[in-house]
Design a protein around this ligand. Sequence first.
Ligand code: SF4
Length: 431
Amino acid sequence: MKYHLVTLGCAKNTVDSMRLEQALRAGRHLAAPAPDDAELLIVNTCGFIDAAKDESIEVIRELDAQRRDDQRLYVVGCLTEIAEEQVRSAVPNVDATFGAEQWDEVAADVGAASTSFDIPQPSLANIGAPSAYLKISDGCDRPCTFCIIPTIKGGMHSDPTDRLLAEAKFHAAAGARELVLVAQDSTAYGEDRGDRDGLAVLLEQLSEAVPDLPWMRLMYAYPGRVTRRLAETMARLPNVVPYLDMPLQHAAPSMLKRMKRPSVNKSRESIAHIREAMPNAVLRTTFIVGFPGETDAEFEELLDFVEEQRFEHLGAFTYSPQAGTPADLMADQVPEEVKVERYGQLMELAQSISHDANRSVIGQEFDVLVESAEPVESASGDLVVVGRTVRDAPEVDGLAFVKGEFAAGSMIRARIDGALPYDLLCSPVTG
Ligand code: SF4
């Protein structure tokens, strides 16, 4: 049988889809690039925010409207976990729904093997890609009042280390040059097994398992859980890049209390561990603006903190209420136009800091991982290929444009000639 799989949402969903595909292909089912060529259409949905829910429903509707009578339509993932009824009433003809991580059930339904492999199988989507995602755990035990993830995914559960090491080796053998570690809360890795320094130990084991894979990148750390030991381990391991993504969500103490997030001093402590252990480290964070009750003064506190810490990369969201979370029931919801205004102010500040950070590396040399071999013409008329330095994570940060023609997946030495607010302009270093 041929299946066509559409994946929506975050990087973690991409990894989930990979695991579903492993199971389907182990049952000798084949991926079909176009819906027309498939007998089974699967949508792996996202239900994190309302816009993602709407997009998921839209995609399901479209596939349903276009499909032939002999094509089955399955909906899986986060949205069916929290709002199966909504999916069924929006698209009543859906043939089956499965919740998040019910890959074994999907596989069993279409007559494929279980996903519980000892050794991961190749993922069609990921073969030969320069960067691969490694999902080290899922679920979350934190109490953040705006977040529906613990309800959707349940408590934090770490993936077995053996399986992660095998997945990493597979990606390295398939040509990946970068492994991006993702989770809802990567710093909680191993806590469900009683390990205190689970993530630091995992990094050591991964580094040893794939010594020739040059970049390992850590995403989604929790403030206060980035210990000195973790920072020092990252600094010591040659293939862990000096980069950390640590979503902080806010900085005003009163807001953090309402969000049930760690204190701003915990954030400062974790940032200090990283900057002390790796003076060249690049930090990425995200903030929510317009959380219920956020006053002008609290928003100013956030801006001051951003000025103080000067994050190289910063993303922001306007708060969007999630049914089933404590924040949805809080008084003092902030008007939409105030949220948008604050978002603009924060992003303007973040952009100028990011531009300064990019300017500060002009003249320095970096390895650039080429992501697309298709040359594009730059504003100055040069032909350039698109890649990234260690300073930028795939999909969320900036790019490096390198003059010349190079194969995708190659790593080339380049000098930074110019800085745009988010991107870098480079020339290859020869000789
Ligand atoms: S740590 Fe992240 S995933 Fe966990 S509850 Fe908080 S926001 Fe949600």
